[in-house]
Design a protein around this ligand. Structure first.
Ligand code: GLY
Length: 382
């Protein structure tokens, strides 16, 4: 196994629990995209136009989350901050609401549970929302978990099941001596496998409610605010995660402009945030792919090497299903049909991806990844 983020650790846990001998190589476990991630489990709100197969996988994985969370807490003794209050989708201005409604109509057309709310219903649910917020909807089945609790939980569960963590960086597949090698190295998979995985930068903020109080709202809030898209994720301990930019860049610099835009959009939606402590500004690199979907399965030229990477914006929600399907594949050698659309070979006909970061990577963690900067444009997204 190469990579000890949530995906690699969950696969390691599942494989070790089935009696396989598992070694997980990573010099800095949990230091990639998951260290920055907000932890939204949002298959409904993140059902985007043109991504039906990905949406199906997101829904299937989110459905596994309640049992996965229970089993993991039982195996590790760690509470994951799994919360089920649901997600509010809101639009600040009439233009924002019109844009949001277009997506909600698409999601409803797929049969997904997006329930429009009248402004009074919205405020009954979250009185802290700004009076200016024009309208919204409820995605009651979109939940959340805390990735900073998930990683230690998975690490403990994997180790208790017998997996061994090895701190050596893997620079080439020939460094690994195993019957099957699983590459779950986020952006680092590009250099190891040649797959078209590229870093997609996200800047994100963490705030804290004053005086040790819980945040003044309970739902995850995903909002359009004057053309910007942001999300606000409240934790029981007072933390609020406010994100995130989506930038075609490979650096992890935090910029004043991004912080300004995130805070402005966040405070426009929830004015009380202006009184919160700003405790962290950070950037991470999502492992993006040409079709925004993960890459899962054997490399065409190396059937003994399984990719489990490219989870882009969905690594946390896709952790349970990725772990189950890849562990099944390792154990039985038979690929579940759910894996078919996500096979590594799907990019072969297209030739090399011009945005691929392959060739500049040094180690398996997303944070180690380097690639040429291409775009200076920042794009707030959720
Ligand atoms: N899944 C949230 C993000 O990528 O920003």
């Amino acid at each position: 196994m190469v990579g000890a983020g949530p995906i690699g650790l969950a696969i390691a846990w599942r494989c070790a629990a089935r009696g396989l001998r598992v070694v997980v190589h990573d010099p800095a476990p949990g230091s990639g995209a998951s260290a920055v991630a907000a932890g939204m489990l949002s298959p409904v709100a993140e059902a985007y136009f043109g991504e039906r197969q990905l949406t199906g996988l997101l829904l299937a994985s989110a459905a596994r989350w309640p049992a996965f969370a229970d089993e993991l807490t039982e195996a590790s003794g760690v509470e994951l901050g799994y919360r089920t209050e649901g997600t509010l989708l809101v639009g600040l201005t009439a233009d924002d609401l019109a844009e949001a409604r277009r997506l909600w109509a698409y999601q409803q057309g797929l049969g997904l549970p997006v329930t429009p709310l009248r402004p009074t219903e919205l405020r009954d649910r979250e009185p802290a929302l700004a009076p200016r917020v024009r309208g919204g909807a409820l995605a009651s089945t979109d939940h959340q978990v805390d990735p900073r609790l998930l990683v230690p939980a998975l690490r403990t569960a994997a180790q208790r099941a017998g997996a061994v963590l090895a701190p050596q960086a893997v620079r080439s597949l020939s460094d690994v001596d195993a019957r099957v090698t699983v590459v779950a190295a986020g952006c680092g998979a590009a250099a190891l496998t040649g797959l078209p995985v590229r870093p997609v930068k996200g800047q994100i903020l963490r705030l804290r409610a004053p005086g040790g109080a819980a945040p003044g709202f309970r739902h995850v809030i995903r909002g359009y605010a004057d053309g910007e898209q942001v999300y606000l994720v409240p934790r029981a301990d007072g933390e609020v995660v406010l994100g995130a930019t989506v930038e075609e860049r490979s650096d992890t610099t935090v910029t004043a402009g991004a912080v300004l835009r995130l805070l402005r959009a966040g405070v426009d939606l929830l004015p009380e945030l202006a009184e919160y402590d700003l405790v962290e500004t950070v950037a991470g690199l999502r492992p993006g792919t040409p079709d925004n979907a993960p890459i899962l399965g054997p490399l065409p030229a190396r059937p003994d090497v399984l990719a489990a990477t490219g989870h882009h914006r969905h690594g946390i929600v896709l952790t349970p299903i990725t772990a189950d399907l890849i562990a099944d594949l390792v154990t039985t050698g038979v690929a579940d049909p759910l894996l078919t659309p996500f096979h590594p070979g799907r990019f072969a006909a297209a030739g090399p991806d011009p945005t691929n970061a392959a060739g500049r990577l040094a180690g398996p963690g997303a944070a180690d990844v380097g690639a040429p900067d291409r775009t200076t444009e920042e794009d707030l997204w959720s």
